[in-house]
Design a protein around this ligand. Structure first.
Ligand SMILES: [Zn+2]
Ligand SMILES: [Zn+2]
Ligand SMILES: [Zn+2]
Length: 760
């Protein structure tokens, strides 16, 4: 008999054809396997019916570890005896809307790592050693199908040795598109900051020594450049902070090994699993009692972002030094995407670094590292990028149409929703200028190419002035397709509901800023949403608070605190004057603010939860300036970690509003009586209990069984924990994000879901 089998899923670039080849040969079947232009795999088999049956069983039972099968469709074909053997044949360009996708980049596997260290192996110490089970994928693919000529490995023709392995069905590198060795593969080289070659027999280890001695380097990896430095010495870090205009933002680090990480951080078994996973994300770990890295790595935070090496090059950096880790932060000039091209790196990073460690393989698509943390035993995404994108989020319901969501403004991603799969792009960043806009556009088009889908509906934020809104309008117009604008917090809620396949839910969204349906600055919302509707009900919110000076107040938390305290009836003058050193223009500025307060001018109102946390942070003197997104709130969480609720303030609800003036006043008046830790915890407790009470009450009125928690502040572990206890005590389900970030990296997904599931 003869059958044709189409397999969809993540089946290209994961050793699937070699697996099929071996399976067919084992079963004595003839025919062929080939990659298709839609990222799927096509198999034609001829032979005994029972053997074909065995083949079909093993196809799913024994698939390669990184393969994911979404569907297997087999059709009987007429004819017989056409083939005399089984072969891997040239890929077809044939493509349909099948929902397959190429895999994310995969960290070096244990077998390759062992070979990297084996002097008898021809790839001994080869910095880009890979096989069918590991190596870059997403970042090197220019188009489908996944064949070497469609990747940036095209420029490195296989040598005889590599070709032999590539053609040997018994070899781990049989049809591995990234296979390379020292004579034929990409080369690594060291230059000065102006691009002058630095002669080095062993450029990678020399780079490691330079880092250890205090130099700052730009190191090209899979998805872009990292800026690297010592974690032990102060002066390179000081320099880095000065030139990167990042006085406080924590730097991610790469630890030499798990053992090394345990020297300065607490690592639970779940965290260990995550650190070691093929995606190798940055994991936020609590600093341990023995923490001995420079305080400049992650100032005033209880945790630190740590990842393990994920390429041969990374492992080799540490070979000749004793450093437990190096700073490895994405190299992106302010408001620009991560740098990926050698020329651009020289131009934009030359002022920051002493040396470059380049390689000569092009990066087709940039991809920042992913960031995760654990809430209890539950992994939570802060940024979903390298190692995860473009693998889809699998939904339990089917979208009515193919939709693209372009996200919001900060920490952005794009999302293409097709059928029951949501393909979310790599991290794009803050879309505020032409460069990031171009990156978003490019990433979206790449998703279209990879999924073979073009959206019928374009979805964006409600904000009339976002760059993404303008882009969405252009795209919709060019395609003649409808445009839907989704309110920011509705998108957060919809993302959470889709992850959990909920028809309806009440969702608490704790966030920084989102444009409300009334044009206001929202950010502490309780929303009732249903899957079928583009509309929602705002069933609760935080008390509107004045932002002194508007947007600038989100940079200087003292301004928020002064406005809130004044509203709460506190005479703020002495306190504000006393703290005026923390304002950029000191007393002059403080006097101006007092004048504005008296006259009631120069403020806008916001219900933002982030701003309340900022104000508490300023009153407790934890943080006076937000130099990076979420800084005051993150530092407040760090401060609150070991605290207890000493205020036990009953949440004051007024209709659908939770009072926050009362909270800030109570904290202000108790600040001499209790520790910062306890007061910081008490603030979290009030907000979490108050919002949970509000949401529970509304859910019970509406007959809704589930309460969700989303938004940028939902990655706050203390808020999430207290809310969960309160909601579950009321007999309702409490849901948080598992698959996408709670912050704005998940907004494009939420938008796409509204566009895909609602009736309109
Ligand atoms: Zn490998
Ligand atoms: Zn070779
Ligand atoms: Zn948000």
């Amino acid at each position: 008999m003869r059958v044709k089998i189409n397999v969809t899923g993540i089946v290209q670039g994961v050793g699937f054809r070699p697996f099929i080849y071996r399976l067919a040969v084992e079963n004595g079947l003839v025919g062929y396997v080939r990659n298709r232009g839609d990222a799927g795999v096509e198999v034609v088999l001829e032979g005994n019916a029972q053997k074909i049956k065995n083949f079909m069983r093993d196809l799913t039972d024994k698939k390669p570890p990184l393969a994911q099968i979404y569907s297997v469709k087999s059709t009987a074909l007429s004819g017989n005896n056409e083939y005399d053997k089984f072969a891997i044949i040239k890929s077809s360009e044939e493509a349909e809307l099948a929902g397959s996708i190429i895999p994310p980049d995969i960290a070096i596997c244990n077998e390759c790592l062992a070979e990297l260290r084996d002097p008898k192996n021809p790839r001994f110490e080869y910095f880009f050693i890979t096989c069918t089970n590991c190596g870059p994928r997403f970042t090197i693919i220019e188009r489908l199908p996944y064949d070497r000529e469609n990747t940036t490995m095209r420029e490195f023709p296989l040598c005889g040795f590599c070709q032999k392995e590539y053609s040997d069905p018994a070899n781990r590198r049989f049809h591995a598109q990234t296979v390379a060795c020292p004579p034929c593969g990409p080369k690594v080289y060291l230059t000065t900051k102006t691009g002058e070659p630095v002669s080095a027999k062993d450029p990678v280890r020399k780079a490691g020594r330079l880092l250890s001695e205090g130099s700052v380097l730009a190191i090209k990896g899979y998805g872009g450049f990292h800026i690297a430095s010592s974690v032990m010495l102060g002066y390179p870090l000081e320099r880095l902070r000065a030139t990167k205009h990042r006085s406080q933002k924590p730097f991610a680090i790469m630890a030499k090994s798990l053992e090394a990480a345990k020297g300065f951080a607490e690592v639970t078994s779940k965290e260990q699993e995550l650190l070691n996973s093929p995606a190798r994300p940055i994991v936020l770990l609590n600093k341990s009692a023995n923490y001995n890295l420079s305080p400049l790595v992650a100032p005033n935070l209880h945790n630190i972002g740590v990842m393990l090496p994920y390429t041969g090059l990374h492992y080799m950096l540490f070979d000749q030094v004793d450093d437990p880790a190096f700073v490895m932060t994405s190299a992106n000039p302010p408001n620009q995407p991560i740098v990926k091209d050698n020329e651009a790196a020289l131009k934009t990073l030359g002022g920051t670094v002493d040396y470059f460690l380049f390689h000569n393989r092009k990066i087709a698509h940039r991809c920042d590292d992913s960031v995760m943390r654990l809430h209890g035993n539950r992994p939570v995404f802060l940024r979903r990028s390298r190692g995860y994108a473009p693998a889809p989020i699998r939904l339990k319901a089917r979208s009515k149409r193919c939709v693209v969501g372009l996200g919001g403004e900060l920490n952005n991603t794009a999302c293409v929703l097709l059928d029951d799969k949501a393909f979310i792009s790599q991290h794009i960043g803050d879309v505020e200028n032409v460069e990031t806009r171009a990156f978003l556009q490019e990433a979206t088009n790449h998703l279209y190419d990879l999924t073979n889908c073009h959206s019928e509906v374009v979805v964006c934020d409600l904000h009339p002035k976002f760059t993404t809104t303008a882009l969405a309008k252009e795209m919709a117009e060019a395609d003649g397709s409808p445009l839907i604008q989704v309110q920011h917090h509705h998108a957060h809620a919809a993302a959470l509901m889709a992850e959990h396949n909920l028809e309806e839910a009440v969702t608490i969204v704790c966030d920084g800023y989102g444009y409300g349906t009334d044009g206001g600055a929202w950010g502490g919302e309780v929303l009732f949403c249903t899957r079928e509707s583009t509309e929602f009900m705002r069933v609760g919110h935080l008390e509107p608070q004045p932002l002194l000076g508007g947007d600038v107040a989100s940079r200087y938390p003292l301004r928020v605190a002064a406005g809130m305290l004044d509203k709460a009836g506190v005479a703020v003058e002495p306190w504000l004057m006393q703290n005026s050193v923390h304002l950029p223009f000191g007393e002059t500025e403080a006097k101006l603010l007092l004048d504005q307060l008296e006259k009631g001018i120069g403020t806008i109102e916001t219900t933002s939860c982030g701003r309340v946390l900022d104000a508490v942070s300023a009153v407790l003197e934890v943080c006076f300036e937000r130099s990076y997104e979420g800084e005051p709130a993150m530092k407040l969480e760090s401060a609150a970690l070991t605290g207890k609720d000493v205020l036990n303030q009953n949440p004051v609800l007024h209709g659908d509003m939770l009072h926050t003036s009362i909270l800030l006043r109570a904290i202000f008046e108790s600040r001499q009586n209790f520790s910062i830790t306890d007061l910081a915890y008490s603030a979290h407790s009030y907000l979490a209990r108050g919002l949970a009470a509000l949401a529970t009450e509304k859910a019970q009125e509406l007959g809704v069984k589930a309460i969700g928690f989303s938004g940028g502040a939902a990655c706050n572990q203390i808020l999430a924990k207290i809310m969960r206890e309160a909601v579950e005590a009321a007999g309702l389900r409490f849901l948080v994000h598992d698959a996408v970030p709670a912050g704005d990296g998940g907004v494009s997904f939420g938008q796409a879901v509204v566009g895909g599931f609602s009736r309109f």
